[in-house]
Ligand binder design. Sequence first.
Ligand code: SF4
Ligand code: F3S
Length: 265
Amino acid sequence: SKSAGKLPVIWIETSDSGDNNIAFMNTTYPYLGQVLSGLIDLLYSNTFMAAQGKDALNILEQAATELRGKFTLVVEGAVPLKDNGLYTVIARTENYSLTARDVLTWLGPLAKYVVALGTCASFGGVSAARPNVAGSVGVRDVLKREVINVSGCPVNPDWFVGTLAHLLLFGAPELDSLNRPALFYGFTVHRHCQRRSYFDQGHFAEKLGDLECMFSLGCVGPRTGADCPYRQWINHVNWPVRANTPCIGCTNEDFPDGSSPFFTP
Ligand code: SF4
Ligand code: F3S
């Protein structure tokens, strides 16, 4: 069949800003067309698909049934629990509303792998930030099974596409203590930062734009796992510290509340 050798994916977008699917579309090696034609078989996506309404729901039901135990469930965004989860509804019929929580508790046990895409899906993130009006949580708080967290706000496309490629070619990747693929999150930003020599010698920036280490301005690179300093962003050309802004810890479990205010005046 057309999908032979590809990773079957059901992708549910829940409560988020959509930044992760935009980041995904910026994938360069491989580029988006290669991912969609050669790496994954995108069976359902409430963001990318053309089908709407009952047709879309039928596709979801059919995919979940026919590929039970074989598909990878990608969840992008946090899961609101307050008021029966009604802040994110994936489908509505004459008889019932299918909330994000309903879809996850339905599909979670049927999936081969569950991938939480972005920090909202992984840990709650911005969607669960104070005062968390919708009572949002990460996927791991809804499903009683292993969830592979691919955090980031947004995700670096390499982290996500690389995780999908690993699942297809080698199975589940080695995970760190936050259940993230260790090959992307295993070292801190601080470890490989180009300003590390300034830190080691105690030379600190006084204001944004100074060349020295920005620990003095609130950089949380020392407690943030990610390979940004050498992988970089937007076709691998730049990253926050090189662009004169401190790391704000976007891959962290406590982002954003734990690292705000982002700049120490
Ligand atoms: Fe570490 Fe941040 Fe300083 Fe870089 S700028 S050396 S990540 S504290
Ligand atoms: Fe995020 Fe820090 Fe990298 S804010 S993009 S983990 S440098």
